[in-house]
Design a protein around this ligand. Structure first.
Ligand code: SF4
Length: 703
């Protein structure tokens, strides 16, 4: 490697591709795929290969702290001292008057592990509240609960290297061709070399992923559990189950069997809109395969029955005994680059670091002891949507938002706006003025971005990588850990005077000793010199763990995996009616990332899908008197969106699709898909349902 080259990891999605960063003669950053990286082997997708534009263009960056003394005054530039003294004084006074549960932190799956760890230590250990949650609540929390209920702990059993060993993929509620492109490229390459490999895609839309599939089951939205159970029923009836695995390594099969036989194949076919033949075909492909991998993302997780969808899918791996073997297992794909790292350090309101549970008294005591505090509060913390409900009701007074843009990404944005206006004090810590949330801040703190700070991240396959600091942050921007630690010390808390980010990582690693995610033998030196590692790394010479459960011993008390019976097989969100006859599902497009604060400033990423459009089936378009290209008005009980229609049979009848990336700063308030979505959440995972909002659609007529 040229001495000016440095290895790092892409900061976009959870695939976690390796990138080599170089600088040109003008000191501008250049990027290329790392050919030696086990994830991408030199490949990068459109977002990754254009990352240098994001770094080199600092025109949108927040350069110094800004503060306003009252809502009637504009924000003005202030020093870091003034900014953090004010933050500490407001937090102290609110906590003194209203108690610790009147403040909250809302962080991000894009935060580095050290940042996540410190924010959690600060909030749960020292501020005395569990009101810290993350935008990963909007993407992965249903998968977390699904894994815990099935395997006893939040543990993704497989690796990308299993892709090349599998002969059957069930990709459901995901469009990796657009959203995890390099991972999908590996599946494509594997199938190109091995035409017998079969791909089943379950999705209400004919996505690029579906177009590559051997079998596309274009289901009616919200009917996933019925479909997975119907496949399970067929597997059982056709004798394509692993009786030995079920008998020796699982619990709860009889109850599961009862549930899958409660709905006949004929009924399931009608409910899901999938022919009985295709359901049988899917079961045969799965049941006859030697290596079966299921992959999923938001289509399952972002649902009012997200936990049930997850466990119903996981049951298919159990009934076929396809866990803990090379080339088989369930594989939830994380959306964000460090959603997995956040889970490791307890980055959610209901979790504690090292996969401990907040509601477990013994776990609280252990973590409190480690941090040297008297106790961790037993009060459940507010989750993402609950925080904004609490701001609206006045229960929550102050919120600190770091590296996320809820004014585009949360459901029911009109309500979120009201909540933000109702907050007594809002801190926004971000890199870009283009984040809509900044407009609501009383205090804006400039954060350092990718390449401007060091730390670690964990990708979808539990692979930890070290990201070096290679360039200086613009203006007065500082790494998030520094900001959190500085604030903590001004609050008078001890235990935050670290000399380096490495010290924070070492503290976290020592906490993992003896746990299922043990990385106590890992440190920056090893990550820098030896590359990436998949946890656990339980001995000094240990090279990491690509695959879990090879011994068929799961993390439950009985060491058996659990078949879970779905609490509800039908989506519990409000059902379509005469006023709102269609179901809206939202999602992502190929070249944009989240709320576009980064991809929105790269010209070449704007050509693929320049503006949001409503995808509508020709039958629904005909009934609504809409033609291709018409401006449509989409209404729900929560708000309105106006965008052009794309009439296409790529979406199932009765369902419409809108991309979620656009916000006010980048286009208009009327382009925001989340004006429409509702705050209905899964009762266990507390993940909102972005995939099932009833709406009406009509041709827009200018008044
Ligand atoms: Fe980055 Fe994901 Fe693309 Fe890889 S697939 S280059 S991690 S955005």
């Amino acid at each position: 490697m040229h001495k000016k080259e440095v290895k790092t990891t892409c900061s976009y999605c959870g695939v976690g591709c390796g990138i080599i960063v170089k600088k040109d003669n003008n000191n501008k950053v250049l990027v290329e795929g790392d050919k030696d990286h086990p994830v991408n082997k030199g490949m990068l997708c459109s977002k990754g290969m254009n990352l240098h534009y994001v770094v080199n263009d600092t025109s949108d960056r927040i350069l110094y702290p800004e503060m306003r003394w009252s809502r009637s005054h504009p924000r003005e530039r202030v020093s870091w001292d003034d900014a953090l003294e004010r933050a500490a004084s407001v937090f102290k006074s609110i906590i003194k008057k209203h108690g610790p549960d009147s403040v909250a932190f809302y962080v991000s799956g894009q935060s580095l592990t050290e940042e996540y760890y410190i924010a959690n230590k600060l909030t749960k250990g020292f501020l005395g509240t569990n009101n810290i949650d993350t935008n990963s609540r909007l993407c992965m929390s249903s998968a977390v609960v699904g894994y815990k209920k099935t395997f006893g702990e939040d543990s993704v059993p497989v690796s990308y290297e299993d892709i090349e060993l599998a002969d059957c993929f069930l990709i459901t509620g995901a469009n990796p061709a657009w959203c995890h492109p390099i991972l999908f490229r590996r599946i494509e390459q594997h199938k190109e070399k091995n035409p017998d490999v079969k791909i089943i895609v379950i999705d209400p839309r004919k996505t690029d992923t579906a177009n590559f599939a051997d079998l596309h089951l274009q289901l009616i939205p919200g009917t996933d559990v019925v479909l997975y159970n119907a496949i399970g029923r067929c597997l059982y009836k056709r004798g394509l189950i692993d009786e030995d695995f079920i008998k020796n390594h699982t619990e709860g099969f009889d109850a599961y069997k009862t549930q899958i036989f409660e709905t006949s194949l004929k009924e399931a076919s009608k409910i899901c809109g999938i022919s009985e033949t295709d359901i049988r075909k899917a079961a045969d492909i799965i049941g006859l395969s030697k290596g079966f991998i299921s992959m999923w993302t938001m289509g399952l997780n972002q649902s009012a029955i997200g936990t049930d969808k997850n466990t119903a899918l996981l049951n298919l791996s159990l009934i076929t005994g396809q866990v803990g073997k090379p080339g088989s297992g369930p594989f939830s794909l994380t959306g964000q680059p460090n959603a997995m790292g956040g889970r490791e350090v307890g980055g959610m309101a209901n979790l504690l670091a090292v996969h401990k549970d907040l509601m477990n008294e013994e776990h609280r005591r252990e973590v409190a002891q480690f941090w040297g505090v008297d106790k961790i509060s037993p009060n459940p913390g507010l989750t993402a949507t609950e925080m904004f409900d609490a701001l609206e009701s006045g229960k929550l007074k102050a919120i600190w938002i770091a590296s996320t843009n809820p004014l585009v990404s949360l459901p029911n944005l009109n309500r979120v706006e009201k909540a933000m206006k109702n907050a007594k004090f809002v801190v926004v810590q971000d890199i870009s003025h283009k984040a809509d949330t900044v407009a609501f801040a009383d205090l804006v703190l400039p954060a350092a971005g990718w390449l401007e700070k060091e730390g670690t991240m964990t990708n979808s396959e539990r692979r930890i990588s070290y990201l070096p600091k290679e360039i200086n942050a613009p203006g007065e921007a500082r790494p998030d850990v520094e900001i959190f630690c500085d604030f903590a010390q001004r609050m008078g808390f001890r235990g935050f005077n670290y000399n380096s980010t490495e010290e924070i990582y070492d503290e976290y690693c020592s906490m993992t000793k003896g746990t299922k995610i043990d990385v106590s033998f890992l440190n920056y030196d090893r990550l820098k010199s030896e590359g990436t590692f998949q946890w656990p790394v339980s001995e000094y010479r240990h090279a990491g763990t690509p695959r879990l459960f090879q011994d068929k011993k799961f993390y439950t008390p009985s060491q058996k995996a659990i078949f879970n019976v779905a609490t509800s097989i039908h989506n519990t969100a409000l059902q379509p009616n005469e006023d709102y006859p269609l179901v809206l599902t939202t999602g992502r497009v190929r070249d944009h990332w989240h709320t576009m604060t980064k991809t929105g400033k790269v010209s070449r990423l704007k050509t693929h899908y320049p503006t949001p459009v409503l995808e509508i089936n020709p039958v629904d378009a005909y009934l609504s008197k809409i033609k291709d290209g018409d401006i449509t008005e989409i209404k729900s009980e929560n708000g309105v969106v106006r965008v052009r229609a794309k009439v296409t049979d790529s979406i199932v009848k009765g369902c419409v699709f809108l991309p979620m990336h656009w916000g006010k700063q980048l286009q208009s308030t009327l382009n925001r898909a989340n004006n429409l979505t509702n705050t209905h959440i899964d009762p266990e995972s507390k993940e909102p349902d972005f995939k099932y909002t009833r709406v009406s659609v009509s041709k827009y007529k200018k008044p």
